[in-house]
Design a protein around this ligand. Structure first.
Ligand SMILES: [Zn+2]
Ligand SMILES: [Zn+2]
Ligand SMILES: [Zn+2]
Length: 202
């Protein structure tokens, strides 16, 4: 069953130059949308079609899916999504705005508070000091922040050479985040311990 969409007004302020692109609003669509790269379904706030037929759907949480996004792939649309995860921000806003009836059963809602998402680059990377040499290896170091064995790498300039761990994604052993500073201020503590800077005695 299609759901009615809101008008796709996105313009901010008056524009006196240029020719606005001709777009056709999409007035209804399936309840959920995502693209290949998304870990969960979202709800559609509005959509439009360009003259070449490519569609763009704006999602309630602020992101979008589009035929024009070659890398992410075309929008996937569905009314029934079984037990898949759904973006809680999208569902909350769509229902709060009265886009459709509050359903009898809720989908599996997901929302990851930002500070809980691990960083894409391990905080032990570079000349963080959060690594130790691996004995009898030429240039392998052990990252103390995540426990992974990674390559050692020189960084800094010729006059200020420093040795560090190559940039790497955090391993499964990434240390627990500080409840206040997440992984942003990690320091070397006692021995091989890694702690948040707010726990270090001054
Ligand atoms: Zn969403
Ligand atoms: Zn690491
Ligand atoms: Zn802290």
């Amino acid at each position: 069953m299609p759901v009615a969409l809101l008008p796709p007004i996105t313009s901010s302020g008056l524009q006196r130059w240029g020719t606005p692109q001709k777009r056709t609003p999409i007035t209804e669509a399936e309840r959920y949308a995502r693209c290949r790269g998304m870990s969960r379904w979202h709800r559609i706030r509005s959509g439009y079609q360009r003259e070449d037929g490519s569609r763009t759907f704006n999602l309630w949480c602020g992101t979008f899916v589009s035929d024009g996004n070659v890398k992410a792939g075309p929008p996937l649309l569905a009314d029934e999504i079984g037990t898949d995860d759904v973006c809680a921000v999208c569902v909350g806003k769509a229902l709060g705005a009265g886009q459709d009836e509050i359903p009898a059963g809720m989908p599996k809602l997901r929302f990851d508070p930002r500070w809980l998402s691990p960083p894409s680059v391990c905080p032990g990377s570079g000349d963080s000091g959060l690594w130790v040499d691996v004995p009898n290896s030429r240039n392998v170091v052990r990252c103390l922040a995540c426990g992974d064995l990674v390559s050692g790498r020189a960084s800094g300039g010729a006059y200020n050479p420093r040795w560090g761990a190559v940039r790497h994604a955090p391993g499964v052993g990434l240390v627990e985040p500080c409840p206040f500073h997440a992984w942003q201020h990690l320091r070397r503590g006692e021995g091989e311990q890694v702690v948040c800077g707010c726990e270090v005695q001054r």
